[in-house]
Design a protein around this ligand. Structure first.
Ligand SMILES: [Zn+2]
Length: 399
């Protein structure tokens, strides 16, 4: 069977070889196996150009020849298929309290996962740890080659208004240098993305967003971030800072935020807010991660935690209504580092606004879903970025 001609065709010129390589690899990956003539026809390339590219991809192990397909007459063509185990990608998430790392094959399958607590978040310390983890991954799960790494950090990137905002950010990190610094430490190309956007992408690979094209993802890192996917594409804004929902004011005149606003959403709904609440009750030391203590309190039906969750759910309900009316998503997903049981409890407590475009007859999905790809979702999304970049032609094929 011939796949539909790819929307973005190749071009027969040495200058655009990298582009053509993405076109061919992407086609083979989406097909169940294709011969050179089919690939050439479907991708708008000469058979010679396809033969050269296939030879290169086969040498690199990304494509394997899978025998010959039966043909009506003449010599049946050799069929090429995508080899997801031909290489791997790394994904790193740097949070103010932890470094999460995954290694996946090119199909997004997890080969190695590790989370280490961070006591220092200086770039030099984190880059050294990343290098150690990459070495551990290669020993634990040997792969032929690693094509690159994705690195995700909390936003926002390079703005004066929010970037010095307290415990939810990495104060010593300059997003302009982060990818280059990590690339130098790891000895491979590195792509940078915001945590919430990467998490939204990760959830589409391996979670409840698998069948969704347009959705919002509320990401619980330390603060609260938002990833918006519209028709399969991440919405990043003009400067890469779309999605700073944590600093949307939901309680005018409310709790002071490090960003200098009062009543920001993440002061009510975030791991940082939960941590502060538990620390104020003497249940954890400042700086301790709140997750396991909160889980134990939830299991014990603790009234104080219930009160916090009720207030968080009220603020979150407002935010969900806002997202629905702004973006008209198929669903709003909650996920990230907050434990699933706490997220489920928050979802149960939501009292969503009646005035929302999300209220329609024939609705298939609940308005709010809990993410299913777990605390590694942002790191998985980081690896997915690298894989996506290897297979997807850019709209502008210029070198
Ligand atoms: Zn704020």
């Amino acid at each position: 069977m011939t796949l539909q001609r790819t929307h973005i065709a190749g071009a027969n010129s040495e200058r655009t070889k990298a582009h053509n390589r993405r076109v061919v690899l992407g086609y083979v990956q989406r097909s169940a196996g294709a011969g050179r003539a089919e690939i050439a026809k479907s991708c708008g390339l000469s058979t010679q150009a396809v033969s050269n590219l296939i030879a290169e991809l086969e040498t690199e192990g990304l494509v394997v020849s899978g025998g010959r397909r039966r043909a009506a007459r003449g010599q049946p063509p050799v069929v090429y298929t995508f080899n997801p185990d031909g290489a791997a990608a790394l994904g790193f998430e740097v949070r103010p309290d932890a470094l999460v790392m995954v290694m996946t094959n090119l199909g997004g399958g997890e080969l190695f996962t590790r989370q280490v607590p961070l006591t220092s978040t200086t770039p030099a310390t984190v880059f050294a740890l990343m290098t150690d983890l990459a070495r551990d991954a290669k020993v634990a799960a040997p792969v032929p080659r690693i094509i690159g790494a994705g690195l995700v950090i909390p936003g926002p990137f390079g703005v004066e208004g929010l970037s010095a905002a307290g415990a939810t950010v990495l104060p010593e990190w300059n997003p302009l240098d982060a990818a280059a610094g990590a690339a130098q430490a790891l000895g491979m190309p590195v792509m940078l993305e915001k945590d919430a956007t990467a998490a939204a992408i990760g959830e589409r690979l391996a979670g409840v967003a698998h069948q969704l094209d347009s959705y919002c993802y509320l990401y619980f890192g330390t603060g609260l971030g938002l990833g918006v996917i519209a028709h399969g594409l991440a919405q990043r804004g003009a400067f890469g800072n779309a999605g700073e929902i944590g600093h949307v004011i939901v309680r005018p005149g409310g709790l002071a935020c490090d960003c200098h606003n009062h009543g920001c959403l993440e002061q009510y709904v975030s791991r940082m807010a939960l941590q502060r609440y538990l620390a104020a009750r003497g249940l954890i030391a400042p700086g301790d991660a709140p997750d396991s203590v909160a889980l134990a309190l939830l299991a014990a039906n603790d009234a104080g935690l219930a009160a916090w969750l009720a207030e968080a759910a009220a603020a979150l309900s407002q935010a969900v209504g806002l997202l629905e009316n702004l973006f008209d998503p198929q669903a709003v997903i909650l996920g990230g580092a907050l434990p699933d049981a706490i997220l489920d409890d928050l979802v149960r407590r939501l009292d969503l606004p009646a005035g929302s475009v999300a209220r329609r007859t024939g609705r298939v999905l609940p308005r709010v879903l809990r993410g299913a790809s777990g605390p590694t979702t942002a790191a998985l999304g980081a690896a997915a970025l690298v894989i996506h970049d290897t297979m997807t032609p850019r709209l502008d094929p210029a070198p």
